[in-house]
Write a protein that binds this ligand. Structure first.
Ligand SMILES: Nc1ncnc2c1ncn2[C@@H]1O[C@H](COP(=O)(O)OP(=O)(O)OP(=O)(O)O)[C@@H](O)[C@H]1O
Length: 244
């Protein structure tokens, strides 16, 4: 599925959060990066349909509406006493899967996130990384065409982060995925494309390599980090603070 964000603007009262954003989201994993307050969550909320743009439009190549979207918010809570399989079956049902097909849909999604052995476990017995997998399975169970992940690796230890990244790369082979993150390594390890938001404007949209090549990082060679990380830092520094 392809999503076309056209001249999208959004305000909270007098505060402008998005200013004429144009963005074409294509299949595979697209990263969304930006400093605090850049407008990432606002843009994701618009993509998911939780809020409407004040100006501009968002067009989906697939017109089946909300059932084509799977969303894993930055923070979500799961009922600890529910079994994993019931949690994901319920999510499938809420997202429009016919009741008789929900258990099978949940089994399939749990296999995709490699939680088959935990299907009968109560959620409260799972690790942080496993809970994150349950959240992703819940977003995949109704077979959406677009998957939106908001900071999916935040708060995980390095090992869990690595496994969630592998999972996202895998999911990106079958779905259109938008991954919002603060972690540069999430982007450089997982994404084919990256978009950078700063102060409500899309200041870059291209491949990870293109961003790395865009910014001359020769002044910052002493700084630790990957070429991509230095290029991103240099781009943001060049733009100045994101605060109005
Ligand atoms: N409910 C709200 N009321 C007023 N202003 C808001 C509200 N939500 C966000 N904002 C403002 O809109 C701008 C964009 O916020 P948003 O949360 O979309 O940014 P973000 O890039 O997701 O930030 P972060 O990385 O810190 O989560 C910020 O200046 C923020 O202060």
């Amino acid at each position: 599925m392809q999503i076309s964000v056209e001249q999208v603007g959004f305000r909270y009262g007098n505060k402008s959060a998005l200013k004429g954003v144009n963005w074409l989201i294509t299949p595979g994993v697209t990263g969304l990066l930006g400093p605090n307050g850049a407008g990432k969550t606002t843009l994701l909320n618009l993509l998911v349909g939780l809020t409407r743009p004040r100006s501009g439009t968002i067009r989906f190549s697939d017109t089946e509406g909300a059932s084509t979207i799977g969303f894993v918010p930055q923070k979500f809570s799961l009922a600890g006493e529910l079994r994993v399989i019931d949690t994901v079956s319920y999510a499938a049902w809420v997202n429009g899967t016919p009741r008789r097909q929900c258990a099978e849909a949940a089994q399939r999604a749990l296999a995709e996130v490699k939680l088959t052995e935990q299907t009968r476990s109560k959620v409260r017995t799972l690790s942080g990384g496993q809970r994150q997998r349950v959240g992703i399975a819940a977003a995949l169970a109704h077979e959406p065409r677009l998957v939106i992940l908001d900071e999916p690796t935040a708060g995980l230890d390095p090992g869990q982060r690595l496994r969630i990244r592998e999972l996202i790369a895998d999911v990106g082979k079958r779905y259109t995925v938008v991954l919002s993150t603060h972690l540069i390594e999430d982007i450089s390890h997982v994404c084919q494309r990256v978009a950078v938001l700063a102060a409500g404007q899309l200041v870059f949209d291209g491949t990870v390599d293109e961003l790395t090549q865009l910014v001359d990082t020769t002044d910052s060679t002493e700084k630790l980090g990957s070429d991509f990380e230095r290029a991103y830092d240099a781009l943001i520094a060049r733009l100045g603070s994101s605060d109005d």
